[in-house]
Write a protein that binds this ligand. Sequence first.
Ligand code: NI
Length: 264
Amino acid sequence: MTQTPYPGAVPSAADIRLQLRSWPEVESYLERCKGVIVPLGSTEQHGPTGAIGTDALTAEAVALEVGRRSGVLVTPVQAFGMAEHHLGFAGTISLQPATLLAVLHDLVLSLARHGFERIFVINGHGGNIATSRAAFAQAYATASGRGLANAPHLRCRLANWFTAAPVMRQARELYGNREGQHATPSEIALTLHLEASLLAKQRPLPEAAPAGPIHGPDDFRRRHPDGRMGSDPYLASAEHGAQFLELAAADLLKQLQEFLEESN
Ligand code: NI
C-alpha cells in the first residue's frame, strides 16, 4: 500500500477536503493512498457558556489539521452523535445509538467500496465511543458478507482527540481537577481559539456538580442542573485552545501514520 498522498508536494488546506475534490481526483488519490480521516462530533449542550457545536467544531478542526500535515483526505464532519443524555437541554440534537451505528456503518461501507482501507475516525465526544466500535464490527461483517474485494484489508480506527496523552497532561497541568468530565475547559478553549465570538459567553460559574452515573436525559439534568460535570470552563482561553490543537494534531498525526503503515 502506497501511503504518500502527495509525493514531493505539500498539500494545501483545500487539497485534503473531500468536499472540494472531484471524483477523478479522489480516484487518482486512491492510487497513492488508501487512508481517509472522518471527523465525528456531537451537537449537544456544553454547559451554560459553551457552544452546542463544541464536539463537532473541535473534531473537525483537529481532523483538518491532521489532514493538512499528512495529506490524507478528510470527509465532511459527522456533526450529530449519540447525545441522548443531553436531550434535557435546549439545542441538543441526538442520534439514537442504533441510528449512529447505521450512519457510521454506511459511511465506512461507502468508502470501502471505492477502495479506502484505512478509516481513521477523529472523535470529539465520549458518548460516541461504544457505538463507533459496534459500527466498525458491523461494517467488517458486512464488507466480508458482501464479498468486497478489499474486505480483508479494511481497518477502522477510533482516535479521540481529548484523550490523547499530551492533551490530557496539558489539561491536568492547566486546570487540575477543574478540567472535569463535560463542558471541560480544554474543549471550550479549543472552540475559543476557533471562533472568537464565543469569548463573549465566558463568565465565572459556581462550582459544578461532580461526575456521577449517566442515565436518561431527565436524570442527567437533575444531577447536573447547568449541564456541566465537574468542570470550570471559565478557566479556558483561546491561547490554551491553540496549544490543545497543536498537541492533539501532533499526537493524532503519529497515530494516523502508524495506522497507515500497519501491515495486513
Ligand atoms: Ni464535549
